[in-house]
Unconditional design. Structure first.
Length: 334
Protein backbone atom coordinates (compact mmCIF):
# COMPACT_ATOMS: atom_id res chain seq x y z
CA UNK A 1 0.00 0.00 0.00
CA UNK A 2 2.88 2.33 0.82
CA UNK A 3 4.46 1.79 -2.60
CA UNK A 4 1.13 2.48 -4.33
CA UNK A 5 0.87 5.84 -2.55
CA UNK A 6 4.44 6.70 -3.56
CA UNK A 7 3.71 5.77 -7.15
CA UNK A 8 0.57 7.92 -7.21
CA UNK A 9 2.55 10.83 -5.76
CA UNK A 10 5.17 10.49 -8.48
CA UNK A 11 2.51 10.38 -11.16
CA UNK A 12 0.92 13.53 -9.75
CA UNK A 13 4.22 15.39 -9.70
CA UNK A 14 4.97 14.25 -13.22
CA UNK A 15 1.62 15.56 -14.40
CA UNK A 16 2.28 18.87 -12.67
CA UNK A 17 5.63 19.18 -14.39
CA UNK A 18 4.11 18.33 -17.76
CA UNK A 19 1.59 21.14 -17.33
CA UNK A 20 4.43 23.48 -16.36
CA UNK A 21 6.36 22.40 -19.44
CA UNK A 22 3.47 23.52 -21.66
CA UNK A 23 3.27 27.00 -20.14
CA UNK A 24 5.68 29.86 -19.55
CA UNK A 25 6.24 31.22 -16.03
CA UNK A 26 4.36 34.39 -15.11
CA UNK A 27 5.26 37.28 -12.85
CA UNK A 28 2.63 39.12 -10.84
CA UNK A 29 4.80 42.24 -11.20
CA UNK A 30 4.99 41.78 -14.97
CA UNK A 31 5.93 45.42 -15.61
CA UNK A 32 8.91 44.87 -13.30
CA UNK A 33 10.20 42.34 -15.83
CA UNK A 34 9.68 44.46 -18.99
CA UNK A 35 11.98 42.54 -21.32
CA UNK A 36 10.11 39.34 -20.48
CA UNK A 37 6.85 41.20 -21.11
CA UNK A 38 8.03 42.05 -24.62
CA UNK A 39 11.20 43.10 -26.47
CA UNK A 40 9.56 46.45 -27.31
CA UNK A 41 10.29 47.48 -23.71
CA UNK A 42 14.05 47.32 -24.31
CA UNK A 43 15.33 50.83 -23.63
CA UNK A 44 11.85 52.02 -22.58
CA UNK A 45 13.07 53.70 -19.38
CA UNK A 46 14.73 57.08 -18.97
CA UNK A 47 18.21 55.57 -19.23
CA UNK A 48 20.13 52.36 -18.72
CA UNK A 49 18.83 50.02 -16.02
CA UNK A 50 19.42 46.67 -14.36
CA UNK A 51 16.48 44.58 -13.12
CA UNK A 52 16.32 41.43 -11.00
CA UNK A 53 13.18 39.40 -10.25
CA UNK A 54 12.45 36.53 -7.88
CA UNK A 55 9.20 34.56 -7.55
CA UNK A 56 8.44 31.68 -5.17
CA UNK A 57 5.09 30.10 -6.02
CA UNK A 58 3.34 27.77 -3.59
CA UNK A 59 6.07 27.92 -0.89
CA UNK A 60 4.25 25.44 1.38
CA UNK A 61 4.88 22.79 -1.26
CA UNK A 62 8.65 22.77 -0.82
CA UNK A 63 10.64 23.73 -3.92
CA UNK A 64 7.72 23.63 -6.32
CA UNK A 65 8.09 26.62 -8.65
CA UNK A 66 10.83 29.23 -8.26
CA UNK A 67 11.59 31.73 -11.03
CA UNK A 68 14.57 34.08 -11.36
CA UNK A 69 15.21 36.79 -13.94
CA UNK A 70 18.07 39.20 -14.60
CA UNK A 71 17.91 41.83 -17.32
CA UNK A 72 19.73 44.94 -18.48
CA UNK A 73 18.71 47.42 -21.19
CA UNK A 74 19.80 50.72 -22.67
CA UNK A 75 18.42 53.27 -25.14
CA UNK A 76 20.76 54.48 -27.90
CA UNK A 77 19.43 57.91 -28.84
CA UNK A 78 21.57 58.30 -31.95
CA UNK A 79 19.95 55.25 -33.55
CA UNK A 80 16.56 55.53 -31.81
CA UNK A 81 17.08 51.96 -30.68
CA UNK A 82 16.81 50.02 -27.45
CA UNK A 83 18.95 46.99 -26.70
CA UNK A 84 18.68 44.52 -23.86
CA UNK A 85 19.83 41.24 -22.36
CA UNK A 86 17.50 38.85 -20.51
CA UNK A 87 18.38 35.77 -18.47
CA UNK A 88 15.42 33.76 -17.14
CA UNK A 89 15.51 30.57 -15.09
CA UNK A 90 12.49 28.56 -13.96
CA UNK A 91 13.09 25.79 -11.40
CA UNK A 92 10.52 23.12 -10.47
CA UNK A 93 10.85 20.55 -7.70
CA UNK A 94 14.25 21.72 -6.39
CA UNK A 95 16.05 21.06 -9.64
CA UNK A 96 13.88 18.17 -10.82
CA UNK A 97 13.12 20.23 -13.92
CA UNK A 98 14.58 23.60 -14.88
CA UNK A 99 14.33 25.87 -17.90
CA UNK A 100 16.84 28.62 -18.79
CA UNK A 101 16.45 31.31 -21.45
CA UNK A 102 19.27 33.57 -22.67
CA UNK A 103 17.89 36.34 -24.87
CA UNK A 104 19.01 39.42 -26.82
CA UNK A 105 16.39 42.16 -27.31
CA UNK A 106 16.10 45.01 -29.80
CA UNK A 107 13.51 47.75 -30.26
CA UNK A 108 13.18 50.75 -32.58
CA UNK A 109 11.36 53.97 -31.69
CA UNK A 110 9.11 55.72 -34.25
CA UNK A 111 7.26 59.04 -33.81
CA UNK A 112 3.66 58.62 -34.98
CA UNK A 113 2.81 62.24 -34.15
CA UNK A 114 3.58 64.78 -31.44
CA UNK A 115 1.80 62.72 -28.78
CA UNK A 116 2.20 59.07 -29.71
CA UNK A 117 5.24 56.89 -30.33
CA UNK A 118 5.44 53.39 -31.76
CA UNK A 119 8.01 50.78 -30.84
CA UNK A 120 8.35 47.35 -32.56
CA UNK A 121 10.67 44.84 -30.92
CA UNK A 122 12.34 41.50 -31.54
CA UNK A 123 14.03 38.99 -29.25
CA UNK A 124 16.16 35.98 -30.14
CA UNK A 125 16.92 33.59 -27.31
CA UNK A 126 18.47 30.23 -26.56
CA UNK A 127 16.14 27.81 -24.74
CA UNK A 128 17.50 25.06 -22.47
CA UNK A 129 15.43 22.51 -20.53
CA UNK A 130 16.85 19.86 -18.20
CA UNK A 131 15.08 17.08 -16.27
CA UNK A 132 16.83 15.16 -13.48
CA UNK A 133 15.45 11.68 -14.15
CA UNK A 134 17.76 10.16 -11.53
CA UNK A 135 15.65 11.80 -8.81
CA UNK A 136 12.48 10.05 -9.99
CA UNK A 137 11.28 6.57 -9.14
CA UNK A 138 9.93 4.37 -11.93
CA UNK A 139 7.50 1.47 -11.91
CA UNK A 140 10.08 -1.33 -12.20
CA UNK A 141 11.98 0.13 -9.21
CA UNK A 142 8.81 0.18 -7.10
CA UNK A 143 8.08 -3.44 -7.94
CA UNK A 144 11.54 -4.38 -6.67
CA UNK A 145 11.01 -2.78 -3.28
CA UNK A 146 10.69 0.96 -3.78
CA UNK A 147 14.35 1.98 -3.91
CA UNK A 148 15.37 4.57 -6.48
CA UNK A 149 18.99 3.44 -6.36
CA UNK A 150 18.43 0.30 -8.41
CA UNK A 151 18.57 0.04 -12.18
CA UNK A 152 15.57 0.94 -14.30
CA UNK A 153 15.04 0.29 -17.98
CA UNK A 154 12.96 3.44 -18.39
CA UNK A 155 15.48 5.56 -16.48
CA UNK A 156 18.36 4.26 -18.59
CA UNK A 157 16.50 5.24 -21.76
CA UNK A 158 15.70 8.72 -20.47
CA UNK A 159 19.20 9.38 -19.14
CA UNK A 160 20.59 8.73 -22.62
CA UNK A 161 18.15 11.17 -24.21
CA UNK A 162 19.49 14.51 -25.39
CA UNK A 163 18.37 17.54 -23.32
CA UNK A 164 16.22 20.14 -25.05
CA UNK A 165 18.24 22.91 -26.70
CA UNK A 166 17.01 25.28 -29.41
CA UNK A 167 16.74 28.86 -30.61
CA UNK A 168 13.41 30.70 -30.48
CA UNK A 169 12.05 34.18 -31.22
CA UNK A 170 9.68 36.75 -29.71
CA UNK A 171 8.17 39.82 -31.37
CA UNK A 172 6.10 42.67 -29.95
CA UNK A 173 4.51 46.01 -30.78
CA UNK A 174 4.01 48.91 -28.38
CA UNK A 175 2.27 52.28 -28.85
CA UNK A 176 2.38 54.88 -26.08
CA UNK A 177 1.93 58.52 -25.16
CA UNK A 178 2.66 60.42 -21.97
CA UNK A 179 -0.33 58.88 -20.21
CA UNK A 180 -1.41 55.71 -22.09
CA UNK A 181 0.08 52.59 -23.63
CA UNK A 182 -1.12 49.56 -25.61
CA UNK A 183 0.80 46.59 -26.96
CA UNK A 184 0.96 42.91 -27.74
CA UNK A 185 3.62 40.18 -27.68
CA UNK A 186 3.89 36.92 -29.63
CA UNK A 187 6.35 34.43 -28.13
CA UNK A 188 7.62 31.04 -29.40
CA UNK A 189 7.50 31.98 -33.07
CA UNK A 190 9.32 28.75 -33.98
CA UNK A 191 6.16 26.90 -32.94
CA UNK A 192 4.60 28.04 -36.23
CA UNK A 193 6.83 25.51 -38.00
CA UNK A 194 4.84 22.31 -38.56
CA UNK A 195 8.01 20.23 -38.60
CA UNK A 196 9.35 21.64 -35.32
CA UNK A 197 5.94 21.44 -33.67
CA UNK A 198 5.82 17.66 -34.22
CA UNK A 199 9.16 17.26 -32.48
CA UNK A 200 7.54 18.26 -29.19
CA UNK A 201 10.45 20.40 -28.00
CA UNK A 202 8.83 23.78 -28.58
CA UNK A 203 6.35 25.40 -26.22
CA UNK A 204 3.00 26.50 -27.69
CA UNK A 205 2.76 30.07 -28.91
CA UNK A 206 2.11 32.65 -26.16
CA UNK A 207 0.03 35.69 -27.14
CA UNK A 208 -0.30 38.66 -24.78
CA UNK A 209 -2.29 41.90 -25.02
CA UNK A 210 -1.68 44.64 -22.47
CA UNK A 211 -2.24 48.32 -21.86
CA UNK A 212 -3.36 50.98 -19.42
CA UNK A 213 -3.51 54.61 -18.51
CA UNK A 214 -2.03 56.98 -15.96
CA UNK A 215 -3.64 59.95 -14.23
CA UNK A 216 -1.45 62.50 -12.45
CA UNK A 217 -3.06 63.75 -9.25
CA UNK A 218 -0.18 66.07 -8.48
CA UNK A 219 2.19 66.65 -11.38
CA UNK A 220 5.84 67.49 -11.02
CA UNK A 221 5.13 70.98 -12.35
CA UNK A 222 3.48 71.83 -9.03
CA UNK A 223 5.23 69.48 -6.63
CA UNK A 224 8.61 67.83 -6.47
CA UNK A 225 7.14 64.36 -6.09
CA UNK A 226 4.77 62.28 -8.22
CA UNK A 227 1.24 61.41 -7.10
CA UNK A 228 -0.73 59.37 -9.60
CA UNK A 229 -3.18 56.52 -10.19
CA UNK A 230 -2.47 53.96 -12.91
CA UNK A 231 -4.84 51.29 -14.22
CA UNK A 232 -3.66 48.40 -16.37
CA UNK A 233 -4.63 45.03 -17.84
CA UNK A 234 -2.84 41.97 -19.18
CA UNK A 235 -4.56 39.32 -21.32
CA UNK A 236 -2.60 36.14 -22.12
CA UNK A 237 -3.34 33.04 -24.21
CA UNK A 238 -1.13 29.95 -24.37
CA UNK A 239 -2.45 26.58 -25.50
CA UNK A 240 -5.49 25.85 -23.25
CA UNK A 241 -4.47 28.43 -20.65
CA UNK A 242 -6.13 31.85 -20.55
CA UNK A 243 -5.42 34.70 -18.13
CA UNK A 244 -6.99 38.12 -17.69
CA UNK A 245 -5.33 40.32 -15.07
CA UNK A 246 -6.76 43.68 -13.99
CA UNK A 247 -5.25 46.04 -11.47
CA UNK A 248 -4.34 49.52 -10.35
CA UNK A 249 -1.40 51.32 -8.75
CA UNK A 250 -1.36 54.34 -6.47
CA UNK A 251 1.92 56.26 -6.42
CA UNK A 252 2.79 58.85 -3.79
CA UNK A 253 6.54 59.13 -4.04
CA UNK A 254 8.50 57.51 -2.69
CA UNK A 255 5.78 54.87 -2.01
CA UNK A 256 3.79 52.71 -4.46
CA UNK A 257 0.80 50.48 -3.65
CA UNK A 258 -0.95 48.06 -6.00
CA UNK A 259 -3.98 45.76 -6.08
CA UNK A 260 -4.51 43.13 -8.79
CA UNK A 261 -6.85 40.29 -9.57
CA UNK A 262 -4.92 37.65 -11.49
CA UNK A 263 -6.88 35.22 -13.63
CA UNK A 264 -10.32 36.81 -13.57
CA UNK A 265 -12.98 34.04 -13.88
CA UNK A 266 -14.19 35.12 -17.32
CA UNK A 267 -13.06 31.87 -19.00
CA UNK A 268 -15.18 28.99 -17.63
CA UNK A 269 -12.90 26.28 -19.04
CA UNK A 270 -9.71 27.83 -17.70
CA UNK A 271 -7.76 25.15 -15.73
CA UNK A 272 -5.80 27.74 -13.74
CA UNK A 273 -6.50 29.28 -10.35
CA UNK A 274 -7.10 32.96 -9.72
CA UNK A 275 -5.37 35.10 -7.12
CA UNK A 276 -5.57 38.52 -5.52
CA UNK A 277 -2.21 40.29 -5.53
CA UNK A 278 -1.19 42.98 -3.06
CA UNK A 279 1.90 45.03 -3.87
CA UNK A 280 4.02 47.54 -2.03
CA UNK A 281 7.18 49.31 -3.10
CA UNK A 282 9.28 52.43 -2.88
CA UNK A 283 11.52 54.56 -5.07
CA UNK A 284 14.61 56.33 -3.77
CA UNK A 285 16.41 58.22 -6.54
CA UNK A 286 17.75 55.54 -8.89
CA UNK A 287 16.59 52.57 -6.80
CA UNK A 288 13.19 50.84 -6.90
CA UNK A 289 12.18 47.88 -4.75
CA UNK A 290 8.86 46.04 -4.90
CA UNK A 291 7.26 43.15 -3.03
CA UNK A 292 3.98 41.40 -3.81
CA UNK A 293 2.01 38.48 -2.42
CA UNK A 294 -0.62 36.39 -4.23
CA UNK A 295 -3.62 35.21 -2.21
CA UNK A 296 -5.05 32.16 -3.98
CA UNK A 297 -8.82 32.63 -4.29
CA UNK A 298 -9.71 28.91 -4.17
CA UNK A 299 -9.71 26.46 -1.27
CA UNK A 300 -6.04 25.72 -2.00
CA UNK A 301 -5.01 28.96 -0.25
CA UNK A 302 -4.33 27.08 3.01
CA UNK A 303 -2.32 24.37 1.22
CA UNK A 304 -0.07 26.27 -1.20
CA UNK A 305 0.95 29.41 0.69
CA UNK A 306 0.22 31.71 -2.26
CA UNK A 307 3.23 33.27 -3.95
CA UNK A 308 5.96 35.72 -2.95
CA UNK A 309 7.62 38.00 -5.49
CA UNK A 310 10.41 40.56 -5.20
CA UNK A 311 11.71 42.99 -7.83
CA UNK A 312 14.76 45.24 -7.79
CA UNK A 313 15.42 47.99 -10.35
CA UNK A 314 18.42 50.29 -10.57
CA UNK A 315 18.43 53.03 -13.21
CA UNK A 316 21.47 54.91 -14.47
CA UNK A 317 21.18 58.55 -15.47
CA UNK A 318 21.54 59.18 -19.19
CA UNK A 319 22.52 62.41 -20.88
CA UNK A 320 19.85 63.58 -23.30
CA UNK A 321 20.51 65.36 -26.57
CA UNK A 322 18.10 68.15 -27.45
CA UNK A 323 17.63 67.10 -31.06
CA UNK A 324 16.34 63.63 -30.09
CA UNK A 325 12.97 63.10 -28.45
CA UNK A 326 12.50 60.01 -26.30
CA UNK A 327 9.59 59.49 -23.95
CA UNK A 328 9.62 56.92 -21.18
CA UNK A 329 6.75 54.44 -21.38
CA UNK A 330 4.22 55.53 -18.70
CA UNK A 331 3.41 52.00 -17.50
CA UNK A 332 4.36 51.28 -13.86
CA UNK A 333 7.70 49.75 -13.01
CA UNK A 334 6.23 47.38 -10.43
Amino acid sequence: MKFIKIYILILGLSGLLMNLGAQDPQFSQFYSSPLYMGPSFAGSGKGARIITNYRDQWPRISGTFVTYALSADYYIEKYRSGIGLLVLRDDAGKGLMNVTNLGLNYSFNVDLNQKWQFRPGLQVYYYMKNIDYSSLMFGDQILRGGSNTGSSVEMSRLLNAEPTRHVDFTTSMLAYSDYMWFGFTVDHLMYFSRILEKQGDYLPMRLSFYGGGKYNIAGRTRKRYEESITGAFNLMFQDKYKYLDLGAYYTHEPLVFGLWYRGLPVFPDNPNLGAITLLGGFRVKALQLGYSYDFTTSSLITKTGGAHEVSFIYSFAQRRHHHVKHKAVPCPSF
